[in-house]
Design a binder for this molecule. Structure first.
Ligand SMILES: C[S@@+](CC[C@H](N)C(=O)[O-])C[C@H]1O[C@@H](n2cnc3c(N)ncnc32)[C@H](O)[C@@H]1O
Length: 464
């Protein structure tokens, strides 16, 4: 294995994790937002998208909406052959750690830090926006911000018995005289790191904890960095594939799917999935976009932020859901600096979105009046039941066909109850054409995203 040199000023390879099934939507966003990029510059693998970037494009990369986490790829070994014994494999991991130029990596990581919204952002939220925490506050009764801190992964045994902040260590040299990578990044930050190992399959002779321990231990010997499992600011990812090996450094401290929502419900959709569904509908300026079963409003919130030249409506049949959705919209309007990057600090925002309580099977909307419907339907697990879905899905598809505009109207519906939705779409082929079915992974469950196009047929002409 030859060492990979990361030149922080030139092109580096970056990878992003994406919900399985939505990789192509993410690749499409990357191609659109990095105009200099060729199609072939973006590589799609299961649950991941890779592309080349450089230091000056980092700000842009952090504005991508479809990706969950982003990593700097430090080393990739395709067709990697694992040694047979543990001892030989440990020796390989030690060698691998020695071959990497950690000084260059920490330099790139230093550039990236300014764009990196970490745990502290969510943790500081209560301090900064105390109204959002209190029950019975001016925004919403009941629910509060989801600030659950990230737990260290189980497989991480690179435990330092002392995780208290330590004084910076004095510069050292290694036994063979090579300079030790200092524990202060170029911008003066103390490096506190952890290694997280993911093992795919069981072919490898070492377990994830053993790999973290050996690889992370060697990094500790050749750098002056502090190990800190819970308050780390640099996360090194070691991926032991079945016949490949990858070392990466996290460029985001937490998943970007947590953005923009302050009042969570039991089934709040990830912002990244909401974005991908909206994107699949190719929303145009001036279009009216409706989520008729909006829950906490992840879809209208994301829609209003990312497609500000359209109007977004979120409806639900429960008052607690519509209240949560309005709280989420109102919170952003009043605290625009909560939203990543785009908006001027201290200037009230005015999201083009509204919330209303209604029943999806009987909407207070004119026939032929809505351009786009994007919705995450009750799966029948946490909300509703599969038996209820057999009545609900055909009824909602019929009502949505009535209100959407003939020929140009689109709908993007997400559900895990794939059999019921397919049957319901088949039963309404006079009004809806199924353009695409995309299976995606939602928290370990396989759900389907169904992209529908309204047919030319008038609702009134539907044969009974
Ligand atoms: C899967 S959840 C939607 C979650 C939402 N995407 C979010 O981010 O919170 C489905 C929603 O459908 C709503 N619902 C169920 N039956 C309904 C009906 N007949 N009319 C309108 N909304 C309904 C439920 O109250 C629930 O909030």
């Amino acid at each position: 294995m030859n060492p990979n040199h990361i030149n922080p000023d030139n092109n580096v390879t970056v990878a992003a994790s994406v919900a399985t099934g939505l990789e192509k939507v993410a690749a499409n966003e990357i191609q659109e937002k990095f105009p200099y990029m060729d199609k072939s510059d973006v590589i799609v693998k299961q649950g991941r998208v890779y592309w080349k970037t450089n230091r000056s494009s980092l700000a842009l990369a952090h504005k991508l909406r479809s990706i969950d986490r982003m990593f700097l790829i430090v080393k990739t070994c395709e067709n990697y052959i694992y040694k047979e014994t543990k001892e030989e494999s440990y020796a390989d991991l030690v060698q691998l750690a020695r071959e990497i130029n950690w000084s260059d990596i920490v330099k790139f990581w230093g550039y990236n830090k300014q764009y990196c919204k970490g745990k502290s952002r969510q943790e500081n939220l209560y301090k900064k926006y105390p109204k959002s925490q209190a029950k019975g506050n001016s925004y919403c009764n009941g629910d509060k911000l989801d600030d659950s801190p990230r737990e260290p992964a189980k497989d991480d045994i690179l435990a330092s018995s002392d995780t208290e902040p330590q004084e910076p260590k004095k510069p050292r040299t290694s036994q063979n005289g090579t300079p030790i990578v200092p524990n202060i990044a170029p911008d003066g930050t103390l490096v506190r790191y952890r290694v997280t190992t993911n093992r795919v399959g069981k072919k490898q002779p070492v377990t994830s904890p053993e790999a973290s321990y050996r690889f992370g231990g060697e990094i500790q010997d050749i750098t002056d960095w502090q190990v800190d499992l819970s308050n780390y600011n640099l996360e090194i990812m070691l991926c032991l594939g079945e016949s490949s090996l990858e070392v990466a450094v996290a460029l985001t401290l937490q998943s970007l799917h947590r953005r923009n929502i302050t009042h969570f419900g039991a089934t709040t959709l990830r912002a990244t999935t909401a974005y991908c569904m909206l994107r699949m509908c190719n929303i145009q300026t001036g279009e009216l976009v409706v989520d008729p079963m909006c829950g906490s409003g992840a879809i209208p919130v994301e829609g209003a932020l990312e497609w500000p030249n359209s109007y977004h409506i979120g409806g639900d049949n429960t008052s607690s859901a519509t209240e949560r959705c309005s709280c989420n919209l109102q919170f952003i309007n009043e605290n625009p600096d909560f939203v990543d990057g785009h908006h001027e600090k201290d200037k009230r925002m005015n999201l083009r979105a509204d919330t209303i309580q209604w029943d999806v099977t009987c909407l207070p909307l004119k026939t032929n009046s809505i351009d786009v419907v994007v919705s995450d339907l009750p799966f029948g697990k946490r909300v509703g039941s599969k038996v209820d879905n057999r009545k609900l899905y055909p009824a909602l598809l019929k009502e949505l066909a009535r209100v959407t505009i003939c020929d140009s109207g689109r709908a993007c519906l997400l559900t895990q109850d794939k059999r019921t939705i397919k049957r319901s779409i088949d039963g309404l082929h006079f009004l809806w054409k199924l353009k695409k079915t995309q299976y995606i992974n939602i928290g370990g469950l396989t759900a389907g995203v169904f992209l529908l196009q309204r047919t030319k047929n008038n609702f009134e002409d539907m044969p009974s």
